[in-house]
Design a protein around this ligand. Structure first.
Ligand code: SAM
Length: 443
């Protein structure tokens, strides 16, 4: 399997998907290609160009370079100039990659410097499910990283699992699910996976009844090199369930262990997810393992219907969770000084001396107040010891900065109710007899 998501290789290649890192919160997914296929790419002498607010990036400067490189923007020609020769294009690329090389010629170093001074830059990163989620073309509401990371671990998605997903929507969850079931221990670069590695690679079966969305997900899986893991099916799962149809018209069980339903009415799909199966159709679940399910619904009324249908079909350990994800940014701030003892004083001081002066002022006021109220004096040895310990505490706070924290409000997460449940493995009379025999044998 060759996927720029899971095994991108050491360098970028023609046809791969890359994530262009423009800034901390701005990633742009692009298909790397020097061959213009879309009308908007036709006008450039340089071939395909990605234009960003940090400048223009001909794909000839993004292909065949190590992943992670910083690439400087290029001046592009919208067709008035002739097409670059291959050597000119190589030279442009050498100049655009900003990693300094001891072998740089004086000419290329000078060119590089001139470009650096005038242009913006981006970093070319291999895509991940997380970067894809933040930048994918939205066709529906999507499941975001804080939700899908929790869901995938709760439904025990792991290398070798067979995971059913409905509906596919924009394919956000699909990418993360593909990684979860994919064999974690990857073969060394350039080597074929061992038999064991091949065997434990699982499957994602994703179902979508909206034709264009189904087609888009299927194309994306192929383009991202994930089609050996993910099978997209165009189907109304309320009506037709999750069985796989063979060429001869018969039905095969997908033998699923994990299920994720992001559907408007998950309870309508649940009758297809029982241990018994349906006439002429085997159960869609793997009879030898516990099945783990999660449904994702924005309204509590949907949850109520889902939970009662789950109960009717024998699902156990039903629970509902709402993810309220908030990232807390903790850092040290050096712009001022805050000190516990400085209550009642403006806590920001411009210099250490100013802070100490204020602190002494506060302490003098406090002592004055204490003398007034108790009639006792705090002067003497004890008082000066207190002063020096205060000074060293202030100096320490000044040197290290103070810890502050603030919540990041803009983190994207679509809050919904997550319902989890499990269906124990099938247990037949033969299983019971075999277990009894085993216990007797073990003595
Ligand atoms: N989880 C997806 C993601 O992360 O991108 C988003 C799923 S979207 C909210 C719900 C999808 O379910 C829609 O694309 C819709 O067309 C599909 N859907 C609704 N009813 C369906 C049905 N009966 N069978 C299959 N898909 C269905």
């Amino acid at each position: 399997m060759h996927s720029s998501f899971f095994s991108p290789g050491p360098t970028t290649t023609e046809g791969q998907t890359a994530s262009l890192h423009l800034s901390r919160d701005q990633l742009l997914p692009v298909k790397l290609s020097t061959i213009a296929s879309k009308a908007e790419d036709q006008g450039y002498a340089e071939g395909v160009v990605t234009n960003t607010r940090f400048g223009s990036f001909p794909h000839s400067t993004l292909i065949d370079i190590p992943w992670g490189c910083q690439v400087l923007a290029s001046k592009v020609d919208t067709g008035t100039r002739g097409r670059e020769s291959f050597n000119q294009s190589r030279k442009r690329k050498a100049n655009a990659i900003s990693t300094d090389s001891p072998n740089d010629s004086a000419e290329s170093a000078a060119l590089k410097q001139a470009t650096t001074a005038t242009s913006g830059f981006i970093h070319v990163l291999p895509p991940t499910p997380e970067s894809w989620t933040t930048s994918l073309p939205h066709r529906t509401q999507v499941v975001y990283t804080p939700d899908y990371s929790y869901v995938l671990q709760k439904i025990r998605a792991q290398p070798g699992s067979t995971l059913i997903e409905a509906g596919s929507g924009s394919g956000s969850f699909t990418h993360a699910a593909a990684r979860a079931v994919f064999q974690g221990e990857r073969p060394e670069e350039g080597r074929e996976p061992t038999q064991g590695q091949k065997q434990s690679t699982g499957k994602v079966l994703t179902f979508e009844f909206h034709k264009e969305r189904y087609e888009k997900v299927e194309t994306e899986m192929r383009e991202h090199g994930l089609d050996s893991i993910v099978t997209a099916t165009h189907r109304d799962v309320y009506r037709d369930g999750f069985w796989l149809k063979e060429a001869d018209g018969s039905y095969r069980s997908p033998n699923a262990n994990c299920i994720f339903l992001d559907l408007p009415a998950p309870w309508e799909a649940l009758p297809h997810l029982t241990r018994q199966g349906r006439p002429e159709k085997p159960s869609a679940l793997d009879p030898s393992t516990t099945a783990y399910i999660c449904t994702f619904s924005p309204c509590i009324e949907q949850v109520q219907k889902t939970v009662s249908t789950m109960r009717r079909h024998g699902w156990l350990e039903i629970e509902m969770v709402e993810i309220q994800h908030k990232r807390i940014e903790v850092k040290r701030e050096y712009t001022g000084l805050k000190y516990e003892g400085m209550r009642g004083v403006n806590p920001v001081a411009a210099t250490v001396d100013e802070a100490l002066d204020r602190l002494r002022e506060v302490e003098a006021n406090a002592k004055e107040h204490q003398r007034d109220t108790t009639g006792k004096s705090n002067k003497g040895k004890n008082g000066s010891q207190q002063n020096s310990s205060t000074e060293s505490a202030v100096q320490k706070h000044w040197d290290e900065g103070i810890l502050i924290h603030r919540a990041e409000p803009e983190l994207k997460t679509h809050t919904s109710y997550l319902v989890f449940a499990i269906l124990p493995r099938e247990w037949t009379e033969e299983d019971e007899q075999a277990a009894i025999a085993q216990v007797r044998h073990d003595g």
